[in-house]
Design a protein around this ligand. Structure first.
Ligand code: AMP
Length: 289
């Protein structure tokens, strides 16, 4: 197993990636907050397959955590993460300190209100401005590249794709499918917060999505009815507290009347200390001609 080279400074990353680009090599970039798992590795493998050089960033971004969220307790283990990157044949690992990324207070914030305001944005009002600002910084550090994001964070993919397009960034955002445990629970760094009883109930998120998709397949187009079916499913888990369920158009992340075409179902649930999110997509059956 070849070690991934670990870099801590923005200048070093720029120097190395510029040299690779000058030599005609393509760059793939996978931004993460560490505590890496097989979901992250699937993004790394997609990048390694499509690019000459893959760089992973590990940065627990203080800007995207509100007071009282899990910034202090978020799992951190750089040695294990380095092995995980090497295992996926990642070339470079960028693990900056908070001081390297934010040497002083930020006066500039990037935000994408139409995509960032609903859903996660409604539950975590400061979250997306923090995410988009750090991703804008990371894209500026990486330069021309393909950037790999998980569909598990569907709204994040929409927000980041729009930001890169609006600001003419030389970055192609590549969405990748959600990796799941055998019982359907989406892999997440936050799953380690679950007690064994909570872990046993956590696949209810997947079941809520399946229940919503099933009624859509049978012809239900009222978003409120689909959301009610999803919420009823979550309510079968005694340890779960529902944050939100949503049935929306996949492209806009809002419902504009009866569901039509490509739709996305999303769910956020609290289990004790853990807040879990998941989503899946489907098509509203076409009307017979
Ligand atoms: P995070 O470290 O949680 O910020 O995630 C870094 C990237 O990995 C994001 O693009 C996530 O959407 C993606 N990711 C997280 N979990 C999964 C998963 N289970 N399957 C695929 N991608 C994932």
């Amino acid at each position: 197993m070849t070690e991934s080279v670990v870099l801590g400074s923005i200048a070093e990353v720029r120097r190395m990636l510029d040299a690779h680009r000058c030599a005609g090599r393509s760059i793939g970039f996978v931004p993460t907050m560490g505590a890496l798992h097989a979901g992250h590795q699937s993004l790394m493998r997609a990048s390694v397959a499509a690019n000459d050089i893959t760089i992973v960033s590990i940065f627990v971004n203080p800007l995207q955590f509100a007071a009282g969220e899990d910034l202090g307790s978020y799992p951190r283990d750089l040695a294990r993460d380095t092995d995980c990157c090497a295992d996926a044949r990642v070339d470079l690992l960028f693990a900056p300190s908070a001081e390297e990324m934010y040497p002083g207070p930020m006066a500039t914030v990037v935000d994408v209100p139409p995509f960032a305001a609903p859903l996660e944005g409604a539950s975590r009002p400061e979250h997306f401005a923090g995410v988009v600002t750090v991703v804008a910084k990371l894209f500026s550090i990486m330069g021309e590249c393909r950037a790999y994001f998980g569909e598990k964070d569907w709204q994040q993919v929409a927000v980041v794709t729009r930001m890169a397009a609006d600001l003419s960034m030389p970055v192609e955002v590549v969405p990748c499918p959600t990796m799941r445990e055998p019982d359907g629970l989406a892999m997440s760094s936050r799953n380690i917060y679950l007690t064994s009883d909570e872990r046993a109930e956590a696949p209810v998120l997947r079941r809520a999505l399946d229940a919503g998709l099933a009624v859509i397949a049978k012809g239900e187009t009222d978003p409120a009815m689909v959301e009610a079916v999803m919420a009823d499913t979550v309510a079968t888990a005694s340890l779960a507290t529902l944050d939100y369920v949503a049935a929306v158009q996949a492209e806009t992340l809002v419902a504009d009347g009866p569901l039509h075409g490509e739709v996305r179902l999303l769910v956020a649930v609290r289990f004790g200390k853990a807040r879990l999110i998941d989503n899946d997509g489907g098509m509203v059956p076409g009307k017979p001609a």
